[in-house]
Design a protein around this ligand. Structure first.
Ligand SMILES: [Zn+2]
Length: 445
């Protein structure tokens, strides 16, 4: 699904030259006020100022000009549950009760493969509308939920990570597998999908509460025996959850230690939430190069707590972090909204997240947290051509406010505070236009 024809995008390019948590955030940004991106065969060939690169526009190049709109790398959602789209915005519960009341019934419906296909299609269309070009997604316990998701992702040409949920206890009978059947089904899905085109597989035990020690061991075996597969699960999100884990695994020194003992930590492991972490936990994540997914809208919605992003990224033992929406506990698929909520969560912990740092967590930093930073997350030659175009004048208030912006940083901050899907003017995947928002009427391909 790659576009072979050369295409060029002109606009205000914003990407990164460095990690804004490791250096002055402003100088980490790479900005091209009148920039040009040359793309061919799904990849970026050249990036720079329009004046410097215009001579490389051949007669057969399609040039798309976006004026004052910002062109960023596509957003990357490091933690999301596509089957929970039907129960986004469900009232009144915290994590354990919310799972039982809303999530488990919604996931049970995925026994129907047609429903799985319908929700996968709608979910991925919503991601494109949000400018999100890669996600690390949970499916349900049903293998067909994974087939539905990857089939649609393959059709769009998106780079996605996903996996079948493993649950062999503390869940309704119709949502349970066993340590052996979960292992066998995951192995078959890995053989079918992992590394096929842009699709990547994640071994996906939901969390320690819903897997027996045998199932966690089986997950560890899947990781050890398949090159390059990911591990995604939840960690230290809610106090009641943590107390239950302590009761179920009294011999382990912490929640993280349950996963560590099963061999689930490593450079392709992504732990969602990690709100209630000790210094020992952070150190162990650093040692094993495990990554964390920060999901601010979900953590606020369920009242789970405040993720300490600056503690996680402490220069003495930094842990890789990316932003996640955690739909359906999260309240928006828009990473602009998620960046804005990450700012507010940081404010509640006494720190101010710089707009460059927020954008990093949604793009380049997220790519790094998924060990995909040589392929996606920045705009540079050789990178895959996944881009989103952000309109700073998408609403009357945005136009009014952004006209007063003195810098790109200020503009980014206004976008992440006031913006959402309405700001996503276009989404490009592997050099191909997948979503276009022309005011009232948006078109999907
Ligand atoms: Zn989650």
């Amino acid at each position: 699904m790659k576009s072979a024809a050369p295409t060029a995008l002109r606009g205000r390019i914003v990407t990164f030259r460095a990690d804004p948590f490791a250096t002055d955030p402003s100088s980490a940004l790479l900005i091209e006020e009148d920039g040009l991106i040359l793309m061919e065969n799904g990849q970026i060939n050249a990036v720079g100022s329009y004046d410097r690169l215009r001579h490389r526009l051949s007669p057969d190049t399609t040039l798309v000009s976006y004026g004052k709109a910002l062109i960023s790398a596509g957003f990357i959602d490091t933690h999301v549950h596509y089957p929970q789209l039907p129960v986004i915005a469900s009232w009144g519960e915290q994590l354990p009760q919310w799972l039982e009341r809303y999530v488990f019934p919604a996931e049970a419906a995925f026994a129907d493969p047609q429903l799985a296909r319908d929700v996968a299609r709608r979910f991925l269309r919503e991601l494109m509308r949000a400018g999100t070009t890669t996600a690390c997604a949970y499916c349900t316990v049903h293998p067909q939920s994974v087939d539905a998701f990857f089939t649609e992702s393959e059709r769009l040409g998106t780079r996605m990570i996903a996996g079948k949920v493993l649950m062999d206890r503390n869940a309704p009978a119709e949502l349970r597998d066993t340590a052996a059947s979960g292992h066998a089904e995951s192995s078959a899905l890995i053989a079918r999908w992992h590394g096929r085109g842009r699709q990547l597989y994640a071994v996906t035990p939901r969390f320690a509460i819903t897997s027996t020690p045998e199932q966690l061991e089986a997950a560890g075996d899947l990781l050890r025996t398949h090159d390059g597969v990911y591990l995604q699960t939840h960690l230290a999100e809610n106090m009641e959850e943590i107390a239950t884990v302590r009761r179920l695994f009294p011999e382990r020194s912490s929640y993280l230690d349950v996963y560590d003992h099963a061999g689930l930590l490593g450079p392709r492991s992504v732990f969602g939430h990690a709100i209630h972490m000790t210094e020992t936990d952070f150190c162990r994540c650093h040692e094993t190069d495990s990554a964390l997914a920060h999901c601010p809208t979900s953590n606020l919605f369920l009242g789970s707590g405040l993720f300490r992003v600056f503690d996680a990224l402490d220069r003495r033992r930094p842990v890789r972090v990316g932003l996640g929406t955690d739909i359906g506990a999260g309240t928006s698929l828009s990473h602009l909204r998620t960046m804005g909520e990450a700012y507010k969560v940081a404010q509640l912990t006494g720190r101010s997240l710089h707009p460059a740092q927020a954008l990093w967590l949604a793009t380049a930093g997220a790519a790094r947290s998924l060990s995909l930073d040589t392929q996606i997350g920045t705009i540079a030659p050789g990178m895959e051509a996944d881009l989103c175009v952000l309109d700073p004048c998408a609403t009357p208030l945005l136009r009014y406010r952004t006209e007063r912006c003195a810098s790109i940083e200020e503009l980014l901050f206004v976008l992440m505070t006031l913006g959402d899907e309405r700001c996503v003017k276009a989404t490009w995947v592997a050099g191909r236009l997948i979503h276009e928002n022309a005011g009232d009427t948006s078109s999907e391909r």
